[in-house]
Every structure is written in structure tokens, then in C-alpha cells.
Design a protein around this ligand. Structure first.
Ligand code: SAM
Length: 279
């Protein structure tokens, strides 16, 4: 069943074309029109599932102009579905302006949930998933990307981002320089498709594997980076002591003095000295 005057936000597969819910197929069959990011691209998925509903394009470049006709269709009693090329609409995909306009106009918006690369990737990342921060695509230019990464460096949550094949290596190189080489990372490539691959390791080790095998730079990527190590109680004091002593003494001496002054084990102080030296 679909309701009149309602816009359904329908998730479609991120690769394997059978990763779509029974309700999504039913909704797409029953609505009056399907708003699709790329009607030709979505055509093959719709045909595969026997969906013959008329499609109308709604993409980044015409979304603003489309909003008023879509609102008219909805107000006249139609039910509509929005889909994107892959996964969940609005997640690094068009639809924000339309959904916002519907809510402002008092029109019902209802989700038909399903695949999204960010969630699929996190579920197999091996990194903490209790809290995470999804940040979309990094900036394309390296200076802007490094500034952007610097603002994320201290975040304790798992960072999740999308990246394209043209920039995956350059992006990992930026992460290596801003976060340091040892942060844990998982790169999920081509999820649910023939060449699905997960690379786990440190930023350095995953970057090395990509450099050694050009195939690892092909396809679609979700990059997940372990959050910054939590700051323990007393850590601020330890860091402050290390920062005062480090310019004047060798690392091992700094660690010994800091350990005595703050009352933490020498090894812990030394690990912190090395960590702060990299940041
Ligand atoms: N709306 C989509 C979603 O819910 O996942 C994301 C759209 S965004 C324009 C496309 C990006 O998602 C790709 O460049 C890639 O970073 C990521 N992505 C999509 N499908 C993927 C897959 N099968 N494997 C890995 N990453 C994927």
C-alpha cells in the first residue's frame, strides 16, 4: 500500500541488484512517479524488478527547479518515490532541498530503508561502531583536504568517508600525513560486487598495499579511520609536562622525568612522548 500526498524516500542497492527490500519494490510499483537521479541508470534496476512506473529525473542540477512541480503533484494527491543511483537518497546524494521543501509545506515524507554504503562498510570494518562520524567526500585538492582532515584529527569516533578511485591514494597519503601512519584504517571497496575487498591495517600498511597493486585503487570506496585515542585522566597534565620538556631533553629522559612528576608508568609516558612527537 502507498498513501496519497506522500513522498517516499526509497533505498536501492549499492551494487548487488537484489539488495532491495520487498517493500521498496512494492512502493516503486505503486507510486504515480519515480523521481530518479539518472533515469537511464535506474531503468535497468527497475526493469530487473518488473517496475514500469514512469520516471522523472531529479538530480543535483535540476533539484531546485523541480521542487515546485513535485510539490504540486504531491498536493494534487499523487504518491511519489525518490531514488538515487545507489543506496539511500540524500546520503551524499540529491534530495535534501526537496525533503526540506516538503516538510515546510506540510507534505508527508516517509522512508523505505535499505542499503547505504556507509552502514554496510561500518558493519564489516572491525572498528568501533558504537559512535561514528560520517563526513561525506573529502575535498578534492590536497591543501584543502589536509586542512579539513586537521579539523577531524582529535575526534575520538570512527571517521567514515566516501572516496573516488581517482583520489583514493592521494586521500590516504593526506591521512597519513595528518593523522600519522599508525592509525587503524579499513578501506571497503566495491561492496556487494564481484571485486569486493576489505583492506585492514594501519594507514601506512594499507597505502603500501594500494601502491603495490593498482587493482586496489579501482572501483568505489568507503574509508574508515579509527578515532583519536581517548584522553585518559591525568593525560592533560602528562601532555603538558612532555610538551615543556621535549624541546630541551632526549625523548627517553623526557619520559623518565614526566613519569616521576605525574606519577604514571615510564612506558606509558614514553608512548605518549612518541605519540606527541608525531602530531
Ligand atoms: N547514497 C549512497 C549511499 O547511501 O551509500 C552514496 C552515494 S555517493 C554519491 C557514492 C559513493 O558511495 C561512492 O563514491 C563510494 O564512495 C560509496 N559507495 C557506493 N557504493 C559503494 C560500494 N558498493 N562499495 C563501496 N563504496 C560505495
Amino acid at each position: 500500500m502507498v498513501a496519497k500526498h506522500t513522498l517516499y524516500i526509497v533505498a536501492t542497492p549499492i551494487g548487488h541488484r537484489d539488495d532491495v527490500s520487498i517493500r521498496a519494490i512494492d512502493t516503486l510499483k505503486r507510486v504515480d512517479r519515480v523521481l530518479a537521479e539518472d533515469t537511464r541508470h535506474s531503468g535497468s534496476l527497475l526493469r530487473h524488478h518488473g517496475i514500469t512506473t514512469p520516471t522523472v529525473s531529479l538530480h543535483e542540477h535540476n533539484e531546485q527547479q523541480r521542487v515546485s512541480s513535485v510539490l504540486d503533484w504531491l498536493k494534487s494527491g499523487e504518491s511519489l518515490a525518490l531514488i538515487s543511483d545507489a543506496g539511500t537518497p540524500l546520503i551524499s546524494d540529491p534530495g535534501y532541498r526537496l525533503v526540506n521543501a516538503c516538510l515546510e509545506a506540510g507534505v508527508m515524507v516517509s522512508p523505505v530503508p535499505g542499503a547505504s554504503a556507509v552502514i554496510a562498510a561500518l558493519s564489516v570494518s572491525g572498528l568501533p561502531t558504537d559512535a561514528f562520524r560520517f563526513v561525506g567526500f573529502p575535498p578534492a585538492k590536497s591543501a584543502a583536504r589536509e586542512r579539513w582532515l586537521s579539523t577531524l584529527k582529535a575526534d575520538p569516533h570512527t571517521l567514515v568517508m566516501y572516496e573516488s578511485p581517482h583520489r583514493i591514494q592521494a586521500s590516504l597519503a593526506s591521512m597519513q600525513s595528518v593523522f600519522g601512519p599508525d592509525r587503524p584504517i579499513t578501506v571497503a571497496r566495491e561492496l556487494t560486487k564481484q571485486y569486493e575487498t576489505l583492506l585492514h591495517g594501519t594507514i601506512q600498511s594499507v597505502l603500501d598495499r594500494m601502491k603495490a597493486d593498482v587493482n586496489q585503487t579501482r572501483g568505489e570506496f568507503v574509508v574508515m579511520v579509527g578515532g583519536s585515542a581517548p584522553v585518559a585522566e591525568g593525560q592533560f597534565e602528562l601532555d603538558a609536562v612532555i610538551q615543556v620538556l621535549s624541546p630541551h631533553l632526549p625523548p627517553k629522559t623526557v619520559a623518565r622525568c614526566a613519569s616521576e612528576l605525574v606519577g604514571v608508568p615510564k612506558q606509558e609516558a614514553y608512548r605518549r612522548v612518541l605519540h606527541l612527537a608525531q602530531t
